[in-house]
Design a protein around this ligand. Structure first.
Ligand code: ZN
Length: 132
């Protein structure tokens, strides 16, 4: 298992972490298998989406913010209920196959760390699982 540090720079941000995950595969012993990527946080998440046009991630954050505003009739005293809601909606883990030590992703796909209550120093846990 490898733990990577991810620095976020804004309250909400999607950071392309594809190369971090690829690095874990390069450093691991397996040629073929699967990576399990896990975000050990309650106000951050992970997803796979387009990495060609940056407007796609901008639009994802825009629409999430519109549907789940930062201020609402929430009870959670920390003031970041919107971030908890967005993190649950997007999810804390992704699994991706790799072959010949390369991630099997579509041409336009990237793996994104989703920050919803930054800026902070976050963690990404990657487990490389060999598959025969
Ligand atoms: Zn909270």
């Amino acid at each position: 298992m490898e733990t990577f540090s991810v620095e976020t720079h804004r309250r909400e941000e999607m950071i392309d972490i594809t190369q971090l995950v690829q690095q874990a595969i390069r450093e691991g012993g397996a040629t073929n298998g699967m990576v399990h990527c896990f975000i050990p946080h309650t106000t951050a998440a992970i997803t796979i989406n387009e990495n060609a046009d940056p407007d796609v991630t901008r639009d994802i954050l825009y629409k999430l913010g519109k549907e789940i505003p930062q201020l609402d009739n929430y009870h959670h005293s920390e003031g970041n209920s919107d971030a908890h809601l967005k993190a649950s909606l997007i999810g804390a883990s992704e699994q991706v196959l790799f072959e010949n030590k390369k991630l099997v992703l579509g041409t336009w796909q990237g793996i994104y760390f989703c920050e919803f209550d930054g800026p902070r120093t976050r963690r990404l846990i990657v487990k490389v699982i060999p598959v025969g």
